[in-house]
Design a protein around this ligand. Structure first.
Ligand code: NAD
Length: 309
């Protein structure tokens, strides 16, 4: 009997468990939810599996503390690690999360040597580099989630301001996750019409700033953790693109070797995402100002990696 796709989600906290929820409800495959905490992944997975008759999805969802259960996964989503609390930057999480992500990636790679890894843990652009090194995989099969989330926030705010459906907003955000992201207003359209025909420049500038601060806005409300509905939905959109070989054009953190004049670092750029991971990095025409901001963003990631080494 042909087997279903298999998705492993490492870290069964807010982002991991909610990613399992989205993935199961979309019937993307069978799911292993793995965590270092005993009982939590088992309990959440069982609860989600018990929702399947009500919601009508056929997906086996199992919790585990043992990497042997993750064997032969098609996609591995890594969400393990600490999340931000008020007053913390993403970089504050670095040392602890680097150790966690390294060990998760090493072990997952051993059991699923052909998987595509989607990294979510923060600081994202550094963690995806750590996971890539630890996995020993080709760069195409280790990809970071940040751009879809940043773009989703930007699209949501634009839709709200313009009074139109979120579905009709196309947008692109480049660069590192967070403060150094580079939203491309030139690539933002509403059903193909330039956004500037709907929203004035000063209002757009405010939306760009709110997008940059999108993570901390939620941390300040929640106080005990960071965003998880939109981040997990974004990670699952990447998993879906890979599992269904959709060849979606999505902003993801990809390892660059000369594209956009940047080398040796993961950076948020538009890519084509299919069954083998990143099929191609797309180089869009950007202004000198946008290029300078992108290079600055990549330099910041490089400095952070150097501090980690
Ligand atoms: P959380 O605290 O709710 O969950 C983290 C889980 O990781 C916990 O269940 C913990 O037990 C588990 N864990 C810790 N060490 C582990 C290990 N060695 N092996 C397996 N599991 C381990 O946090 P969260 O809200 O789910 O966030 C998870 C990560 O995702 C954080 O680093 C957060 O900053 C990041 N994040 C990234 C983005 C993004 O855009 N890339 C968005 C939101 C959150």
């Amino acid at each position: 009997m042909p087997r279903r796709n298999k998705i492993t989600i490492i870290g069964s906290g807010n982002v991991g468990a909610t990613a399992a929820h989205w993935a199961a409800s979309k019937e993307l495959g069978d799911i292993i939810l793995l965590d270092i905490a005993e009982g939590i992944p088992q309990g959440k997975a069982l609860d989600l599996f018990e929702a399947s008759p009500v919601e009508g999805f056929d997906s086996n969802v199992k919790g585990s503390n043992d990497y042997a259960d993750t064997a032969d996964s098609d996609v591995v989503i890594i969400t393990a690690g600490l999340a931000r609390k008020p007053g913390m930057s993403r970089d504050d999480l670095m040392k602890t999360n680097a150790g966690i992500v390294k060990s998760c990636a090493e072990q997952a790679a051993k059991f699923s040597p052909n998987a595509v890894f989607v990294i979510v843990s923060n600081p994202l652009d550094v963690m995806v580099y750590v996971a890539w090194k630890a996995s020993g995989f080709p760069k195409e099969r280790v990809v970071g989630m940040a751009g879809i989330l940043d773009t989703a926030r930007y699209r949501a705010f634009i839709a709200e301001e313009a009074g139109v459906s979120v579905e009709d907003i196309q947008a692109l955000v480049l660069g590192g996750h967070g403060d150094s992201m580079v939203p491309l207003i030139s690539c933002t359209t509403i059903a193909g019409i330039p956004v500037t025909e709907f929203i004035k420049q000063d209002k757009l500038d405010q939306i760009v700033q709110r997008t940059r601060d999108g993570g901390i806005e939620i941390v300040n409300y929640l106080k005990t953790g960071s965003a998880y509905y939109a981040p997990s939905a974004a990670a699952v959109q990447m998993a879906e693109a890979i599992l269904k070989d959709k060849k979606r054009v999505l902003p993801c953190a990809a390892y660059l070797e000369g594209e956009y004049g940047i080398s040796g670092v993961y950076c948020g750029v538009p890519v084509i995402l299919g069954k083998d991971g990143i099929e191609r990095v797309i180089e869009v025409k950007i202004t000198d100002e946008e290029r300078a901001a992108l290079v600055k963003s990549a330099d910041h990631v490089k400095e952070t990696i150097a501090r980690l080494d």
